[in-house]
Design a protein around this ligand. Structure first.
Ligand code: NAD
Length: 405
């Protein structure tokens, strides 16, 4: 069993190459969703903290933007080396902050961050910053100071897939990770510090959407915002960024349709996709959450899905053999329960799981892997992102009907 001790830097911010105490006095407990107990307390930053971090990033941009490709490659190599040496710590932090089972936290969550850094390095190695076209020289320049705002569901994956490319491009940045899962981000900042990232190039300010996210999105000295999260917050980011005409990159919520064709090996495909839907407790933007099956074979498909759901072991993230841990928070748990009840109320058929916690798991935000069959596309559970281990199965008449749905 892996134990988790939060970093001593957890209550601080990383600004201008140093760990600094926050200017704000607001604090937030980080809750381990498996125990419902606090594992650490972070500071929630304010506009003053954001101003300091943006100023540090702006000052560092003057020199970092002029570094050579070889210098940036060496920096990424150094980060990859330190990150690799701390994979175990990163996985333990992710598991404690958002409940991923250790196998997933290690081999998917923490590993994905490493893969993004390696990809950024590989892209940079082959990237031509200058291209002569006729009499024109086209130069790709770094965008400037970037605000990176990330969600809790794949915390390091999202952080590394923003920080790696920004470093490769010659940008400087302020990261605001999710306040729900902020602990792995502290370790990530320690890694960048140990790897020799120059002061001010990377800055970390903890906080919530209102106190830090919206201040970053509207800040006059931020040139670009890269945001991953809910559609609701994405709209606010775009609105706040508009008056200063920032570049914005967004990856928002999803309700991915998954069409199982009539000639598929139904039992095998449905079983595979139930597993893939439930991975990470269903908390992935690309989870195949709406399964479309031939209407005439709904009963057969539902039976296969129910059998697959019964194989999913819900339990302690530290436990051997756990397929999925809890969902991230009480808020998410309550939301998922409401949507399950709504599905039942609107007439969808529960063929696996249902409301409430799995037997024997009274503490922790555990959700029963749930499958709804005979869902129609107008039902709430077919339209809203549930973000839990809940599959909806919708029947279609023919391929055109599936596409229409
Ligand atoms: P969220 O939108 O609540 O929060 C995401 C981040 O935005 C957090 O850091 C939060 O503090 C910040 N934020 C909230 N309000 C803000 C505001 N007004 N201005 C600026 N920042 C603000 O999302 P979440 O609950 O953390 O994550 C789950 C959502 O993220 C789901 O909808 C999921 O589909 C989506 N997501 C999408 C992708 C993708 O690649 N498309 C990947 C992961 C998650």
């Amino acid at each position: 069993m892996t134990t988790f001790d939060a970093s001593p830097h957890v209550g601080q911010f990383y600004i201008g190459g140093s760990w600094v105490d926050p200017k704000s006095s607001d604090r937030l407990d980080v809750i381990n969703p498996a125990t419902e107990e606090p594992v650490a307390t972070i500071a929630l930053g304010s506009a003053n903290d954001v101003d300091d971090a943006v100023a540090a990033a702006k000052a560092a941009f003057a020199t970092y933007s002029t570094t050579t490709k070889d210098e940036r490659l060496a920096l990424l190599d150094s980060i990859i080396g330190v990150y690799t040496s701390r994979l175990g710590d990163l996985a333990a932090a992710i598991s404690a902050e958002m409940g991923a089972p250790m196998w997933l936290a290690t081999h998917a969550q923490a590993a994905a961050g490493l893969a993004h850094l390696a990809t950024a390095r590989a892209v940079l190695a082959d990237f031509e910053f200058e291209e002569q076209r006729g009499t024109s020289l086209i130069v790709s320049e770094p965008a400037g100071v970037c605000a990176l705002i990330t969600p809790w569901n794949w915390p390091l994956n999202q952080i590394a897939c923003k920080v790696g490319p920004a470093l490769a491009a010659g940008c400087t940045m302020v990261l605001k990770p999710s306040e729900v899962a902020p602990l792995s981000a502290v370790l990530f900042a320690e890694i960048l510090d140990a790897a020799g990232v120059p002061a001010g190039v990377f800055n970390l300010v903890q906080g919530d959407g209102q106190g830090v996210g919206s201040v970053l999105s509207s800040h006059p000295d931020v040139d670009m915002v890269s945001f991953t999260g809910s559609t609701r917050a994405g709209i606010e980011v775009a609105r706040n960024a508009a008056p200063t005409v920032k570049r914005i990159a967004q990856e928002l919520g999803g309700k991915s349709a998954n069409i199982v064709l009539d000639d598929a090996d139904l039992a095998a495909v449905v079983a595979r996709d139930v597993q893939s839907m439930c991975m990470n407790s269903g908390q992935s933007c690309n989870a195949p959450s709406r399964m479309l099956v031939p209407a005439a074979r709904m009963e057969e498909a539902a039976a296969a899905a129910a059998a697959a759901a019964a194989q999913i072991v819900v339990g302690d993230p530290q436990g051997e053999g756990t397929t999925i841990g809890p969902v991230v928070s009480e808020v998410q748990y309550d939301r998922i329960q409401r949507l399950i009840e709504k599905g039942i109320g609107e007439g969808a058929q529960v063929v696996a799981g249902g409301p409430g916690k799995p037997e024997g798991l009274d503490t922790g935000y555990y959700v029963r892997p749930t499958v709804f069959a005979n869902v129609t596309n107008d039902m709430t559970i077919a339209r809203e992102e549930i973000f839990g281990p809940v599959l909806v199965m919708i029947g279609y008449e023919d391929d055109d009907d599936a596409v229409r749905i």
